[in-house]
Design a protein. Structure first.
Length: 202
């Protein structure tokens, strides 16, 4: 009798079991230009860029972008997922039309290309279903289960960029095409009238 009840309840429990997959927050994004690429985890694939801006200091204003990870579905149903000027694939299939999605995590890939420099760019992943109107896909609905080796390398580079700016390395050193930030020291004009000798010594 107990086993019969369990078998009867199993179809209702499966959606919750599927939903509890072990994914990490954010999508794995790869931004590429003619000179190279940058891989990092981003909370969402959204950006709004002015004509002279890029998605990353190492990437030119003309670039291609790919976001990979999973789309988390809490309630099974028909969904429409789209991004203006980009292609969206779920489980390897293009989703230009509404698709039925079961409860759980579904592999998602978004691809975008900024071909023309000197113009503003907007990227926003949006979705809708039979039980809610169209809205921006929230970060809580996106995740990733795999991290490429290039991600660990980029984390080291980002750490180096932070330290370069934090310790004011740009005051003596430069790095061509890396667009590193510099932090200059304070203005020392008339410093003797503004601070005490003991403070300077410390």
């Amino acid at each position: 009798m107990k086993y019969t009840r369990l078998l009867f309840a199993l179809p209702f429990l499966l959606p919750d079991l599927i939903a509890a997959q072990d994914s990490q927050p954010g999508l794995v994004a790869t931004f590429s230009d003619a000179a190279g690429s940058v891989t990092q985890v981003v909370s969402t694939p959204h950006f709004r860029l002015r004509n002279s801006e890029s998605v990353h200091p190492q990437i030119a204003t003309q670039f291609t972008a790919t976001w990979q990870g999973v789309l988390k579905i809490d309630r099974a149903g028909k969904y429409r997922v789209r991004a203006e000027g980009a292609t969206v694939e779920i489980a390897g299939q293009s989703v230009s039309e509404p698709v039925m999605l079961a409860t759980g995590e579904h592999p998602i890939v978004i691809r975008s290309e900024r071909k023309q420099a000197g113009v503003d760019a907007l990227m926003e992943l949006r979705w809708s279903s039979d039980f809610f109107l169209e809205e921006t896909v929230p970060s809580s609905a996106l995740g990733h289960t795999e991290e490429p080796e290039s991600l660990a390398k980029q984390k080291g580079i980002e750490r180096g960029r932070f330290l370069f700016a934090e310790f004011g390395c740009a005051n003596c050193h430069s790095a061509t095409n890396w667009y590193l930030q510099s932090r200059r020291g304070p203005d020392l004009a008339k410093v003797g009238s503004r601070v005490q000798a003991g403070w300077l010594y410390q």
